[in-house]
Design a binder for this molecule. Structure first.
Ligand SMILES: Cc1cc2nc3c(=O)[nH]c(=O)nc-3n(C[C@H](O)[C@H](O)[C@H](O)COP(=O)(O)OP(=O)(O)OC[C@H]3O[C@@H](n4cnc5c(N)ncnc54)[C@H](O)[C@@H]3O)c2cc1C
Ligand SMILES: NC(=O)c1ccc[n+]([C@@H]2O[C@H](COP(=O)([O-])OP(=O)(O)OC[C@H]3O[C@@H](n4cnc5c(N)ncnc54)[C@H](O)[C@@H]3O)[C@@H](O)[C@H]2O)c1
Length: 585
């Protein structure tokens, strides 16, 4: 008997089988628990049976559908491909995965994993440096500094470790890891091989494209990998510039601004004494000088992708008090790397009039202007598929749509390559959803229940719609929108941590109690969002949450946002009695 899936979020105790399978993959990016992230729930009624079947199918990697080499072939072994492969084996499918570079893809090697390692260091540096904060807690730390190479090694070692965990988890389950660049040669047919050598052609009942993305660099910007860099280079932390311009104030820009401003200029990091050489590369007892960051953002405000109110607060806490300045409403139209003793030069043009507004000279520039899908050379023309701005068009079940608007049988695309939601756990969730379908169970993933988090200090997290999106939907569909907010200032646990700067915002329908979106800025925001994510995935209405006491049982006094709990209570009292019908997801 197979593990069965239902459209709901998992409670922490109800997914033993899944957790044990997933544990081996070591995927807890973003502090987000996989089952909950996916808007999926594995029923635990048959845990024992599931576990047995899992081992059996792992050993055999399934028996192939008649006439095919594989039941499922996945092109790209990033987190999306990996998630799909593990689930496919669990479902008894004979599975092959083609990887042209290294297992783990962007997230493990050039994304989530190393960036979270750097952010772990920047968080500690901030704490050590905040004399006022430490003093108010009765703590004394003489000074804080870091060993750049030590920090870089921490990030690199973590990526290597997770990469081998991912590889081993697939090998252990019997997934065939096929090395080389993969492409589709026809319906249910794929080739792969090293460039310059002859291709291997294999057949598969179903194919998933999971080829991910690469940094997007706008025209006019010359990346040299040293002074003008993308996140691929920045994560290696080969140097920490005194002054860096960050083009784009989205996730990558914000997280790196947190790292650079906390670490500070390497040049001015004079080691006085190394009292605590931690594995992260941190030392206590150094003198440290902060770096300067200049944001360049094309839109009129910083962090345009976030809920505007949360963005405003984040700017007050994450930008204004730090050594950060910014230019908004401008494009970086031309960037030249440092050369012959000259600094990096950046031409700024007005985003609307396109007139030259300024020329900046800085030590380095980080280009964080989004990601481009990596879909070239995939042989899509062989199956009448055309990309849209490089993204592979798919329907809500991730099935590929051809030039004529028809679904391509047996072909799916997940993760960054389809552009639906460029997040690691979303890629994996989409992969699992596709495997459910090809195993005979219809499944549509609810993307509105997938949370996101920006791991600055403090963190920003969100799930569902922003306030403007909710209001737009309300106007179209003719319902009211209500907002409930609560400040971390009213929370004892947050105050005990001296971390009262925070806001939790709940957007909901007063007529039905449906939760439309939740946004949190503050300490542990990335962990707290799961409650809201689960609620949206389950279609739980505010009244039901109150009735089941979910928010009180485990969270009260344990996390900073207990007042958020009372907010739910207050909100629920203002709306009609519990609605028993679940919201369709
Ligand atoms: C700096 C940074 C930080 C990030 N932090 C987070 C975070 O904290 N949380 C989060 O959720 N997301 C984060 N992301 C986003 C996350 O990394 C991506 O959403 C995720 O990696 C997408 O997974 P994927 O499987 O679709 O693609 P990828 O991870 O890009 O994997 C695609 C794989 O396919 C391979 N491939 C491509 N083409 C072929 C081919 N033709 N044949 C064979 N193999 C091929 C590639 O080599 C690669 O290994 C971050 C991204 C960046 C850049
Ligand atoms: N913690 C996380 O989950 C995390 C962390 C990092 C990256 N990511 C993922 O990686 C993806 C890429 O991140 P990102 O920060 O590069 O993209 P983003 O889309 O989040 O932000 C890009 C920003 O650059 C601006 N911009 C674009 N072109 C510009 C130009 N020429 N001049 C000035 N500004 C310009 C945009 O207005 C936008 O604000 C995101 O989609 C995100 O989902 C996630």
């Amino acid at each position: 008997m197979q593990a069965s899936l239902s459209l709901s979020a998992a409670s922490s105790s109800s997914s033993t089988t899944t957790s044990s399978i997933l544990k081996s993959s070591n995927l807890r990016f973003c502090g987000l628990r996989r089952e909950a992230l996916f808007g999926l729930k594995f029923n635990n009624n048959n845990n024992k049976k599931n576990a047995t079947v899992f081992v059996v199918s792992a050993a055999s990697n399934g028996s192939t559908a008649k006439g095919f080499d594989y039941d499922l072939v996945i092109i790209g072994a990033g987190v999306g491909g990996h998630g799909a492969a593990l689930h496919a084996v669990e479902k008894g499918l004979k599975t092959g995965i083609i990887e042209g570079d290294v297992v783990g893809g962007t997230c493990v090697n050039r994304g989530c994993v190393p960036s979270k390692a750097l952010l772990a260091v920047s968080g500690r540096m901030r704490e050590f440096q905040n004399e006022h904060h430490l003093k108010s807690l009765g703590l004394q730390v003489s000074a804080a500094g870091y060993d750049r190479q030590g920090v870089a090694d921490h990030a690199n070692n973590l990526a290597s470790k997770i990469r081998s965990n991912l590889t081993n988890s697939m090998k252990a389950l019997g997934v065939d890891i096929l090395t080389g660049f993969g492409a589709v040669v026809g319906p249910q047919k794929v080739k792969y091989g090293k460039v310059g050598s002859s291709d291997n052609v294999i057949t598969a009942k179903n194919i998933i494209i999971a080829t991910g993305s690469v940094p997007f660099v706008p025209k006019g910007i010359e990346v040299d990998g040293k002074t003008v860099i993308t996140s691929d280079h920045a994560l290696k932390l080969e140097f920490v510039p005194d002054w860096i311009a960050i083009v784009g104030s989205g996730y990558i820009g914000l997280e790196f601004s947190d790292v650079y401003t906390a670490l500070g200029s390497e040049v001015n990091n004079v080691i006085i004494a190394t009292t605590v050489p931690l594995h992260t590369g941190l030392c206590i007892g150094q003198y440290q000088q902060l770096s300067l960051v200049t944001f360049i953002e094309a839109l009129d405000q910083l962090m345009p992708g976030f809920d505007p109110e949360i963005g405003k607060l984040a700017q007050r806490i994450l930008i204004n008090p730090r050594k950060i300045d910014y230019h908004t409403g401008v494009f970086a139209s031309k960037i030249m790397p440092a050369k012959d003793g000259k600094p990096v030069s950046i031409e700024l043009i007005d985003a609307k009039t396109k007139e030259l507004k300024d020329v900046l000279e800085v030590d380095a520039a980080l280009i964080a202007t989004g990601r481009a899908p990596f879909t070239k050379g995939l042989g899509l023309e062989n199956i009448n598929v055309e990309t849209q701005r490089g993204f592979i068009p798919v329907d809500e079940r991730m099935q590929v749509i051809d030039k004529d608007g028809k679904l391509v049988p047996h072909l799916y695309c997940i993760g960054d390559a389809n552009g639906k939601m460029m997040l690691a756990h979303a890629a994996s969730a989409q992969g699992i959803s596709v495997v459910e379908q090809v195993s005979g169970k219809d499944h549509v993933l609810n993307h509105l229940s997938i949370p996101a988090a920006c791991f600055t200090h403090p963190e920003i997290s969100m799930v569902g719609l922003t306030e403007p999106q909710a209001r737009e939907k309300a106007e179209k569909e003719g319902f009211e929108v209500s907002i409930a907010k609560t400040s971390f200032k009213a929370n004892t646990k947050a105050l005990a941590e001296n971390e009262g700067e925070g806001l939790a915002k709940l957007i909901y329908r007063p007529d039905t109690g449906e939760i439309l979106g939740v946004h949190i800025f503050g300490l542990h925001a990335a962990d707290l969002i799961h409650e809201a994510s689960n609620a949206i995935a389950l279609g739980t209405r505010i009244q039901v949450i109150l009735a089941s006491q979910q928010f009180f049982s485990t969270r009260l006094m344990l996390v900073p946002n207990t007042s958020f709990c009372s907010q739910w209570k207050r909100v629920s009292e203002t709306i009609p009695s519990p609605v028993s019908e679940p919201i369709a997801v």
